[in-house]
Design a protein around this ligand. Structure first.
Ligand code: NAD
Length: 271
């Protein structure tokens, strides 16, 4: 096998994202599939992974064990409960990781930070180029508009999504809070079921809607006196997340240890 090939192991291979990633890797000209993992109870264990996305046999069988070969990169889009074991395995074997799973716990974040000291990791709640830019633009707008403008974030996703609000909405909120020197955990308001309290100027409201088959919509609103600015991103195809995750995997090749995000991959990180 030529060294220019990026060797990829996909975790969560039977899932919606996993299948999109499988197809993207198998269709690509510079990547090779070296593993496909899902949980033990999943149907099709031991079958050729390419069968999952209707492509000709790849020679890689669906497995319930993560054993990334040396030189490969793990791309994990599974479920939060699986993240710790997958990070630990990458750490143990010195294999770089692209982590797309959302809804991960604070403990998992701490583990990621520790692991990032020894292996290169790209972790992002949203691998789309558009959302990465939206996050930076929203932070810039919040700084420029100041406290006269109220900030509200709205997101809509398909009916199967488990975590709410989305990891992306939280990430956008954190970026805005950071840009305006607010503590996100103190100012984030995730539901408005009260008839007794008005919103404060510091608040960052986040509302979520679930239904249908939307691949993800996010709108940041800045509501000021006499004017309103809205920045919206609509994902119409989950291929964009796979495309971004594989761009991150390519970027990780030969990278020093660190915990990176998609803004680093695009070269637009503000540190
Ligand atoms: P899904 O439910 O369709 O797929 C998840 C897959 O993971 C399933 O096949 C499941 O069997 C498998 N899985 C569960 N536990 C596992 C384990 N211990 N080991 C291996 N596999 C395991 O979900 P999805 O829509 O494909 O999304 C997967 C994750 O990716 C979610 O957390 C979702 O929010 C996230 N996501 C992230 C982005 C992004 O850009 N970061 C984009 C879309 C989805």
């Amino acid at each position: 096998m030529s060294e220019r090939f990026v060797s990829v192991v996909i975790v969560g291979a039977r899932g919606r994202m996993g299948q999109t990633l499988l197809r993207a890797v198998l269709d690509s000209e510079d990547m090779t599939l070296s593993g496909a993992v899902d949980r033990t109870e999943s149907p099709g264990m031991g079958d050729d992974a390419a069968k999952l996305c209707g492509l000709p046999a790849s020679g890689v069988l669906l497995s319930d064990e993560l054993r990334p070969p040396r030189g490969s990169i793990v791309v994990d889009f599974s479920l939060p409960g699986a993240a710790d074991a997958n990070i630990a395995r990458c750490l143990e074997l010195g294999v770089p990781l692209v982590l797309g799973t959302t809804g991960i716990s604070g403990e998992t974040r701490d583990l990621l930070k520790r692991a990032g000291k020894e292996i290169p990791i790209v972790s992002a709640a949203n691998f789309s180029v558009g959302i990465t830019l939206l996050t930076q633009l929203a932070a810039m707008a919040a700084r420029a508009l100041g406290p006269e403008f109220d900030t509200e974030i709205f997101e809509l996703h398909h009916r199967h999504k488990r975590d709410a609000p989305s990891g992306t909405a939280l990430r956008i909120g954190k970026a805005i809070a950071q840009a305006t020197e607010r503590n996100f955990d103190e100012v984030a308001v995730r539901s408005r079921n009260t008839t007794e309290t008005q919103r404060t100027t510091e608040e960052i409201g986040i509302s979520a809607l679930r239904g249908g088959d939307s691949a993800g919509e996010h709108t940041v609103m800045f509501l000021g006196p006499g004017e309103r600015l809205e920045i919206t991103h609509r994902a119409t195809d989950r291929g964009i997340f796979a495309h971004g995750a594989l761009r991150a995997a390519r970027w990780l090749v030969g990278r020093p240890p660190g915990l990176y995000d998609m803004a680093d991959v695009l070269g637009i990180a503000r540190r």
